[in-house]
Ligand binder design. Structure first.
Ligand SMILES: Cc1cc2nc3c(=O)[nH]c(=O)nc-3n(C[C@H](O)[C@H](O)[C@H](O)COP(=O)(O)O)c2cc1C
Length: 325
């Protein structure tokens, strides 16, 4: 079974990748959050590039592109493939952000299928075998009306792997993923199909694999809340309370390491809240309230480590904050 960390802008970043590595719970590949590819911009977002250039985990990274202009996508795919850390290119055909969709990118490609077909085929021609994948949703509005045509486009473009978030753009992140479409894709497409959407436990993973016949899974929010899910899906044990506490404290440390000289204490806390947003269900209402308001790292560590009933370890002295914002 192939396991990928699903891309999540500002969440499944370099600090999170390094944290997974340190806790020894790893996917087969990481996917970066999307690089926005437009005709006028060829600057690739620095924080995303760091996921590639500073990834010392040994786990391959697929660079994701979101765009609607074929020449720009080809240009940026070539630029990314020129970097030694890039194991492949992933085309984003699922992002529901109105800002991105307004320009026809992300899930916007599902509203303009001829464009999706042309882009997918051009990228296929340009990208070496084994290095091109697509991540999509079931359609813009209506899966039963739209997914068959999307499937035909995927089949014609012949990517090396397809990840399917089993929702339409209209559903955003709500409602229940409909894995019957993933089953159809897995039975139809010649390449491996990975199922994605709301898989947060070993049982949900097993049910999804059985229901879809997919070659693997992409895990996003569930892996942020329980980063040991990758280990569990490879037959390892569930995390102990102590391991979860280690996770939070390693994540604080790695987030500080990535922020480096730009770090302010408030900024560091705010970065942590991007991950914690998906972990709050594991905290009491009072802890969540305090975490959400927290602007100092020792206090955040005290809350995160509260469950140890021990004095929290002092925050490493080398992490000093700069004074600005
Ligand atoms: C905060 C956030 C950021 C995301 N950023 C991206 C992204 O950059 N590219 C992408 O393809 N999907 C992105 N997604 C969608 C996820 O990759 C995934 O498809 C979705 O969350 C469903 O999977 P999950 O239930 O395992 O999280 C994002 C989701 C969230 C919640």
């Amino acid at each position: 079974m192939r396991l990928l960390l699903a891309p999540m802008q500002d969440v499944t970043d370099l600090a999170f990748m390094r944290t997974l590595h340190r806790i020894g719970s790893l996917p087969d590949a990481f996917v970066t959050a999307y690089f926005r590819s437009t005709p006028t911009t060829c600057a690739l977002a620095e924080h995303n590039l760091r996921c590639i250039d500073e990834n010392e985990t040994g786990i391959p990274v697929l660079a994701q592109l979101a765009g609607s202009d074929a020449p720009a996508l080809l240009r940026d795919a070539a630029m990314l493939l020129g970097r030694p850390g890039v194991a492949g290119i992933n085309l984003n055909a699922g992002c529901p952000s109105p800002l991105v969709n307004r320009h026809g990118a992300g899930a916007g490609l599902l509203r303009e299928l001829p464009r999706l077909a042309a882009i997918a085929q051009e990228l296929r021609r340009a990208i070496p075998p084994g290095k091109f994948s697509i991540k999509c949703r079931l359609g813009w509005e209506n899966a039963s009306a739209e997914f068959p045509a999307i499937l035909e486009i995927l089949a014609a473009a012949a990517p090396d792997e397809v990840g399917i978030h089993a929702r339409t753009r209209r559903q955003l992140y709500g409602g229940t993923p409909d894995f019957s479409y993933v089953r159809h894709a897995a039975a139809t497409l010649p390449c491996p199909v990975l199922a994605n959407g709301d898989i947060a436990t070993v049982q949900q993973a097993a049910d999804c694999l059985e229901q879809t016949g997919a070659a693997g899974l992409m895990l996003g929010r569930g892996a942020v809340r329980n980063p040991y899910l990758f280990r569990q899906l490879r037959g390892g044990p569930p995390p102990t309370a102590e391991e979860m506490r280690q996770y939070y404290s390693i994540l604080v440390e790695e987030t500080g390491r990535v922020l480096l000289h730009k770090r302010t204490e408030k900024g560091h806390c705010n970065r942590m809240k991007k991950y914690l947003a998906f972990c709050y269900p594991d905290f009491t209402a009072e802890e969540e309230f305090r975490l959400r308001r927290c602007t100092d790292i020792p206090e955040m560590l005290r809350i995160l480590e509260h469950k140890t009933a021990q004095a929290p370890a002092p925050y490493p002295a080398e992490y000093n904050y700069c004074s600005g914002n």
